[in-house]
Design a protein around this ligand. Sequence first.
Ligand code: ADP
Ligand code: MG
Length: 728
Amino acid sequence: MAVIRFSALEKVYDRKPVKIEPPSQKVSDYFGINVFDEVKMQKYLSKDAYEHVKESVVKGNPIDRKMANAVASGMKAWAMERGANHYTHWFQPLTGGTAEKHDAFLDFGGYKNVFETFSGRALSQQEPDASSFPSGGLRNTFEARGYTAWDPSSPAFVIDDTLSIPTIFISYTGEALDHKTPLLKSLNAVDEAATRVCKYFDKNVSRVQANLGWEQEYFLIDEALYYARPDLALTGRTLMGHASAKDQQLDDHYFSSIPERVGAFMKELEIESYKLGIPLKTRHNEVAPNQYELAPIFNECNLAVDQNLLIMELMKKISRHHGFRVLFHEKPFKGVNGTGKHNNWSLSTDTGVILHSPGKNPKSNLQFLTFIVNTIKAVYDHQDLLRASIMTATNHHRLGANEAPPSILSCFLGSEVSNMLDQIEEQVTSKKMTPDEKTELKLDIGKIPEILLDNTDRNRTSPFAFTGNRFEFRAVGGMANCATPMAILNAAVADQLNYFSREVDKLIDKGVKKDEAIFQVLRKQIIASKVIRFEGDNYSEEWSREAAKRGLTNITDVPESIKAFLSDSSKKLLFDLGIYGDMELEGRVEVMMENYILKVQIEARVLGDLAINHIVPTVVKYQNVLMDNVTRLKDLYGENYKELSGNRTELIKEISERITKIKAMVNEMVEERKVANRIDSAYERANAYSKKVFPYLENIRYHIDKLELIVDDEMWPLPKYRELLFSN
Ligand code: ADP
Ligand code: MG
């Protein structure tokens, strides 16, 4: 009988790299060719229409109806030249991916009267049936109708024959049903709050934008092997598989040369990304075998989020041209480096200053320190909410798994900035500074950029690290939509900046000089958030002990972590800034809990199926071979057989014991699921899945992995780790 694993491996051996012909033009000539960006708007829109769109991008206004018609007709003309004959609203429902429903431009006025239309209304708004998308409680309470509405701050683009229009997705009564809407609200909040603070330093600042540069890690697995692993295909991760004798111990994959087949995939991906205006900059092999990373040049946060979602879709599609499947799951292989998506985040002004980047003089560096300190304080105050924003059924496997940030939030600053904060804390503590001390502090502050340039020792273990001109939020998962973690971070920082300017204004009103007032408030924030600063090894045991002593939270349980969205402080933050409404938040948490339950449920079912229908029968067959062998030895050697077959008899026994355990645990797991499914409250149900069902996944796997080591390789049905990880 053919073992599916071997026919899959044969396909792998037969693969040849696809030859990718790069376009004859240079990248700068075709970059953004499929994006309706400013240049195209200027060409295809009237002056009025162009200015209207520009204004609504800056001010966040909706496009007015009349203008929408003009914009739509220009957009259609451009899109048709790019080969489009359909359009779609492209949105981000709470499922995690993106959604689209294509409509043709085609209109029909009777025989031989066929033409293409695209009205302002079709551009501005669509009404997809919301009832098939997750909405938590919202769906039961409100009409099922949902609206998508154009987000002009993210430009439309053409893929294949379709014009895609980035949109928000809201319910009939205006509640957000997507990830984008809260992000946009948070971007406004942080813009307002940060602009107010910037005015202390520079009156010319009138807008602050958040930036995001994501680094996307991923695995490429041969498609044939992927199909031969039902667990990978159905859950995105391997639910079983013994470690390969060699995986990443030798650190020989990171930055090593890129295999030809993978290189071809990357090339094609880059060409398509450039056409869509995604400025990919780096590509390299990651730590684990068959693991890679790519990163673009950073962009405005909302646009960067859209581009990340877009590139994930492109990667799924293009990987298949090369016989690969791309994995974004945060932990596809046990014991092997997981997949994260570092979110490099910063704020910058419309005057061209990156606020998280040190300046050239004491004044701009005081501004820099202001933004650093307030960011740290925001992370400290909302550590639980930030964790909740990245915690999912899949990402929780990665966090704390000794190669990824732990579930304790902390900030790394590097010794220079850290020392600077200590200095501010100490100097201002001594009640009143002498003029000399003040000058000295100012001089020190002025020196920051010089020393930072030399600061190359980066702490790779920190979940939230300052890296010279930005913070890197490293706990975000590989599969995640960055919108939610970015919305939470923006909101937390906005709230803290609002608090900061209120406090500074109070002091100024009392007659304290502006710089002095800023120093005093900064000092308080530095002291209040000091415990979140950590420069050491975040993977170490000592750190979890130390963090506990400091009162930092460390929540590894998924439902418990998600619950942080509903704490008083989270609600206050999110409601005050209008990021979520009451119902929206409840609905969203419900969706997150359900999502967790469903993911664990699917894994439990798949594992049960694999264990009982694939593994146990294979193992029994092998056991029969062993038993046959022992019986024959007995026939040949009589009672002497024992000595000769001792080791096989042991194996036969071990196999029986493990099978018995596996079968018993699969049954127990099914029973626990039944109990859990009867629980009404989503949180309690999720809790039951986490505490009662989930542990079986690991326990059952343990025995299967042991059996993998025993059973004849030729019989083993599923591709092994060494094959999955070393096939490119
Ligand atoms: P590393 O792997 O060393 O952290 P990469 O070059 O892979 O760095 O990725 C860093 C990402 O951070 C890139 O997307 C880069 O454009 C982005 N980035 C750089 N400066 C900033 C900034 N000020 N704000 C936001 N993102 C930034
Ligand atoms: Mg990085």
